[in-house]
Write a protein that binds this ligand. Structure first.
Ligand code: AR6
Length: 176
């Protein structure tokens, strides 16, 4: 793996709503009308105009993504994607990969250069963090390779143990 790709991937522990990036990604549900977890935190921090814009979108199927403004957030945009509820079937991985791919399609289309992702589906939707981490990192590396204009993708993990999972996986790219 070329170091220039890995230099454009970052991991952080913390609250994604605090990040001043071109877009943060929301782990939403198909209604796009808010919920708990990171979705609730993003809507609280962005303010009611985010919900008003989401109401105009008519929902979002699992695996797809929609983009809105960021309103009171430091981030300029929110990319809302809907992860799969973990079932243990191969389709889960396909849908989770689609979430990352489709989120980044919006980022590229809007010429965004810095995007932050939470661990989509790894909260109430129950996706095992180590499996989800591989999908997230591998999919984002493909996009970074294909789009040199893309500056940075940041994975924002809420817990130290989730951060450790990402750190361990990224370390495997530096071996050999
Ligand atoms: N910043 C970064 N990560 C966070 C934050 C935050 N402020 N808050 C939570 N996380 P979840 P899901 C982490 O449950 O599993 C909502 O109700 C959290 O620790 O937010 O995709 C939606 O409306 C976990 O690792 O999303 C849907 O109904 C990760 O974000 C449903 O939850 C995702 O956890 C979506 O479930």
């Amino acid at each position: 793996m070329s170091s220039s790709i890995l230099n454009r991937l970052e991991i952080q522990q913390g609250d994604i709503t605090q990040l001043k990036v071109d877009a943060i990604v929301n782990a939403a549900n198909t209604s796009l009308l808010g919920g708990g977890g990171v979705d609730g935190a993003i809507h609280r921090a962005a303010g009611p105009l985010l919900l008003a814009e989401c109401r105009t979108l008519g929902g979002c199927p699992t695996g797809e993504a929609r983009i809105t403004r960021g309103y009171n957030l430091p981030a300029k945009h929110v990319i809302h994607t809907v992860g799969p509820v973990y079932s243990g079937k191969p389709r889960d991985a396909q849908l989770l990969r689609s979430c990352y791919q489709n989120s980044l399609v919006h980022a590229v289309a809007h010429k965004l250069r810095t995007v932050a992702f939470p661990a989509i589906s790894c909260g109430v939707y129950g996706y095992p963090i180590a499996d989800a981490c591989k999908i997230a990192v591998d999919t984002c590396i493909e996009t970074l390779k294909a789009h040199p204009e893309f500056e940075k993708i940041i994975f924002v993990l809420f817990s130290p143990s989730d951060l450790g999972v990402y750190a361990d996986y990224l370390r495997t790219f530096n071996v050999g």
